[in-house]
Design a protein around this ligand. Structure first.
Ligand code: FES
Length: 283
């Protein structure tokens, strides 16, 4: 498995809690117990794509085999009569490789060529541009392969043009109305209206509105946004939500241009459109 040429900012978890430590460069090796060294060598060499370094190279008393990533990091496969791939009472213990998209596609082809079904059991929970597949080695160790594409940060528009949201007076003060197909929230506050994009600024997950918390929430990695669109969660460096231009038509209807997006920085407050502010009055 290869070191990505351009790694995602947060080493595959898409979460930055604080500045990364400078003390540790990476892991040196991990040890996995396997039952059959020959079968495991075939898997890690031909399917995963690691390089065989050799057998019996360490002061490990059991028969063992060293496999190397092109980062220089090593996986030691140590023979055991009874390897335990999954710890008691958990299914979540696993290991993950981080790949570029090119490497990810090559791995998919290698998997298929070796007769492995490719599956992502959590596909529905992933943000756009987040790619992942799981594979199990001959002993049942679960390996995840992850890659992140540009889609994570691209601007997504609905293609639905200008949406007529109906009369302004039908929206109560404090209401948040989701427009599902066009992927925006219409926020009505005492300052006026805002049309906030539903696409999370972290990595294009889709937000939901949590009325009980007065916030927008992204289930992918936990980003939270205020009703103004400012990020208020634990992730670092997340800009405010994008907005769509909004006007009040002559007939008092709220019109949202979903194919145009506006961005603002943290220091610039959003521009509300007053309910009684027809387009002609502002020109
Ligand atoms: S996509 Fe990661 S928190 Fe929204």
């Amino acid at each position: 498995m290869s070191a990505p040429e351009s790694q995602p900012a947060h080493a595959g978890h898409s979460v930055a809690l604080s500045a990364p430590t400078k003390e540790i460069e990476g892991f040196s090796h991990i040890v996995l117990e396997v039952k059959d060294l020959d079968a495991s060598e075939r898997f890690y060499r031909d399917v995963i794509g690691l390089e065989t370094m050799g057998r019996g190279l360490l002061a490990e008393p059991r028969p063992h085999l060293l496999m190397r990533l092109n980062t220089g990091q090593i996986i030691v496969l140590a023979q055991s009569d009874d390897p335990v791939p999954i710890r008691h009472n958990t299914s979540s213990i696993h290991h993950a490789f981080l790949l570029t998209m090119e490497q990810f596609r090559a791995a998919q082809e290698r998997f298929a060529a070796n007769g492995y079904e490719i599956g992502d059991t959590r596909d529905a929970f992933r943000a756009k541009g987040e790619h992942s597949m799981d594979i199990w080695d001959p002993d049942g160790h679960r390996w995840q392969l992850q890659a992140f594409s540009e889609e994570q940060h691209e601007i997504i528009t609905s293609g639905l043009g200008v949406i007529d949201c109906g009369p302004a007076e039908k929206y109560e003060l404090g209401s948040v109305t989701p427009f599902g197909k066009a992927n925006f929230f219409l926020v009505r506050s005492k300052e006026g209206f805002l049309a906030l994009s539903r696409w999370c600024r972290h990595a294009n997950g889709l937000l939901t509105y949590q009325m009980e918390h007065w916030r927008f929430y992204c289930a992918f990695h936990g980003a939270c946004y205020s009703l103004e669109g400012d990020h208020i969660g634990h992730l670092a460096g997340i800009p405010p939500l994008r907005m769509h231009p909004l006007t009040i038509a002559e007939d008092g209807h709220v019109m949202v241009d979903t194919d145009t997006v506006l961005e603002r920085d943290d220091d610039t407050p959003p521009r509300y459109v007053a309910a009684c502010e027809p387009a002609a009055a502002r020109s």
